[in-house]
Design a protein around this ligand. Structure first.
Ligand code: PEP
Ligand code: MG
Length: 583
């Protein structure tokens, strides 16, 4: 039995299909002046073919209702990027490179600069560049995408690492589930799997040594396991679990637009985590943006976005939110989140270094530009501002004072700013979590970033799949700390939400509501599952669950409690599922 991280829910049975990495044949001969126009033409034709391929993928995704077109729209932008095109054509026309060599060199150079970042979000961009590079090189060789071998039924597709477009291509065929040696819960390939409802297990250490094409396999993303060559009883048992997981997903989808209210009438706000200036359609059915990661805007640019650019982007988000609150998190870059165009000093332990708020306070000009843009945008909607990586009261007070001085500056200049802009702290450092009562006394609101909180609480690097098991989100230790914060904020009647991945994990969400959280923010794919569990439970039951989890003797007992509760509460065809239909 192999173990990995279940990054997209479900159980799947199938025959192993091994995706061989595409190895382009690149001719590195020097072209004479008479050959160069043909090479330039070949590049342009390949680019057109690659663009057509991307359009087809976006179409296929839309037909499946997967709505992950934005990742591939970003690929299209990469493909059409003028700076890269200029460099490629210059390499061909001026330096005599072949089209293949020019594409390969230019894309690799761009990707190489950002691939060293420790931050997974930034590293993802390097993978997107790789994905587009291979698409272009494949088109240059006149090759189409490899086909799944489905002669023996649906496949469990296995690779060293999946690129988002490969997943989208597989999902158009008979694929039952995907597994990989590398990858984490937050990589784009995982997001595409979730959006397509494709069970996926990433970060499986011995995968490539043990999986062979044609073997039967059972992938259980709920349990985080991959069983190769199961016996007949295991295969049949998995079939039942597969069927049950599929039914559960279908039932949960009926809750996609339901307000999350417990059976005894306690409402829980469900908000959106995003970093894209174009909000997804789910904004219409949720209670606002619970985490707007502003660094995405910075990562998409080739220069630091100036005040006007930021103002335009933030105002656009507020307009789309149409009066619903948007929690704008100020810039979370730093030692390990390097922007290519904004070099920062190297650090040995970047996750413990000069990042997020620390960096912004250290570079007032950077902070000033963003805060001015945010204050100006606040005139166009319900903006809440939140600072990442607040370690305690000192950080909070400095950030708040600086932020308010920017407001004053703008008011003196006669600029319109929102008159009610709550200021809050992100709680993701254990020192801040332990000091929650005093923080609650000073902030207008807070949101718990469980991704970083887990990494710092358990001293396990969140970007390293090998230590993922050391930072268990379901740990009773973490839940007790979550409960401590919920009580501190309730005592001061200050809003406290969860915007880390834990808030979008339906089993954990049940505990969080029981602990007192009334606002959970998550990626859209998780919303139906979280809504479902809340709609089907009573507050008292959730509180009892939270108590049992907090006093659990160990992680295993806590997980058993959560799993038992979840399964009981979501049982289909009971408690009025039939009444709950998606419009
Ligand atoms: C977190 O740390 O939980 C969080 C939401 O922020 P990010 O994942 O962007 O660090
Ligand atoms: Mg964080």
């Amino acid at each position: 039995m192999l173990h990995g991280i279940g990054v997209s829910r479900g159980v799947a049975r199938g025959v192993v299909y091994l995706e061989r990495p595409f190895e382009p044949t690149i001719c590195r001969a020097q072209c004479g002046p008479d050959q160069r126009p043909a090479q330039a033409e070949a590049y342009c034709a390949a680019r057109a073919a690659a663009a057509a391929g991307l359009e087809a993928l976006i179409d296929a995704l839309q037909k499946r209702g997967a709505g992950q077109g934005d990742i591939f729209a970003a690929h299209r932008e990469i493909l059409m990027d003028e700076a890269m095109e200029e460099e490629i054509l210059e390499a061909i026309c001026q330096q005599g490179a072949t089209a293949g060599a020019a594409v390969d060199d230019v894309y690799r150079a761009y990707a190489g600069r950002i691939a060293r970042a420790k931050d997974p979000v930034i590293r993802e961009r390097a993978k997107d560049l790789d994905d587009v590079r291979l698409r272009l090189l494949r088109a240059l060789e006149g090759k189409s995408d490899p086909a799944l071998d489905t002669r023996n039924g649906p496949c469990i597709a296995v690779a060293e690492e999946w690129l988002p477009s490969q997943i989208a291509r597989l999902a158009a065929g008979a694929v039952a589930g995907v597994a990989s040696l590398r990858g984490t819960a937050t990589c784009h390939a995982a997001i595409v799997c979730q959006a397509m409802g494709l069970p996926a297990l990433f970060g499986v250490p011995e995968l490539l040594d043990q999986a062979r094409a044609g073997m039967r396999a059972v992938l259980d993303a709920e349990e985080g396991t991959l069983l190769l060559e199961p016996d007949e009883a295991q295969w049949a048992g998995a079939g039942e679990r597969e069927q049950r997981a599929r039914q559960q997903a279908e039932t949960a989808r009926r809750y996609a637009r339901q307000p999350a209210v417990t059976t005894d009438g306690c409402p829980v706000e469900i908000c959106l985590n995003t970093g894209a200036a174009q909000l997804p359609p789910e904004i219409a059915f949720c209670d606002g943006v619970g985490l707007f990661r502003t660094e995405f805007l910075f990562m998409e640019q080739k220069h630091l976005p100036d005040e006007e650019e930021q103002y335009q982007a933030y105002s656009a988000v507020l307009r789309q939110a149409a009066g619903k609150p948007v929690i704008l998190r100020t810039l979370d870059i730093g030692a390990d989140k390097q922007l290519e165009y904004y070099p920062l000093p190297k650090e040995d332990n970047p996750a413990l270094g000069m990042r997020a708020l620390r960096l912004c306070l250290d570079r007032p000009e950077l902070f000033r530009t963003q805060l001015r843009a945010a204050w100006r945008a606040s005139a166009h909607g319900s903006l809440w501002m939140m600072f990442p990586m607040v370690a305690g009261l000192e950080d909070w007070r400095r950030a708040k004072a600086f932020c308010l001085s920017m407001r004053e500056e703008l008011v003196e200049q006669g600029c319109a700013v929102g008159d009610k802009v709550p200021l809050g702290a992100m709680i993701e450092i254990p020192s801040a979590a332990l000091d929650a009562d005093r923080l609650a006394g000073e902030v207008d609101f807070a949101s718990v970033g469980t991704n970083d909180l887990c990494q710092y609480l358990f001293a396990a690097d969140r970007t390293n799949a090998r230590v993922a098991q050391y930072a268990p989100g379901h740990s009773p230790v973490l839940m007790r700390l979550m409960g401590h914060m919920a009580q501190a904020f309730a005592a001061r009647a200050k809003p406290l939400s969860v915007c880390g991945e834990l808030g979008g994990d339906a089993r954990a969400a049940a505990v969080l509501v029981g602990l007192g959280y009334r606002k959970l923010s998550m990626s859209p794919a998780n919303m139906p599952f979280v809504r479902q569990v809340i709609c089907r439970a009573g507050l008292e039951e959730l509180q009892q669950l939270a108590r049992r989890v907090c006093v659990a003797a160990d992680l295993q007992q806590a997980e058993e409690e959560m799993q038992r509760f979840y399964q009981a509460v979501i049982q289909p065809a009971e408690k009025g599922d039939a009444e709950c239909t998606q419009e």
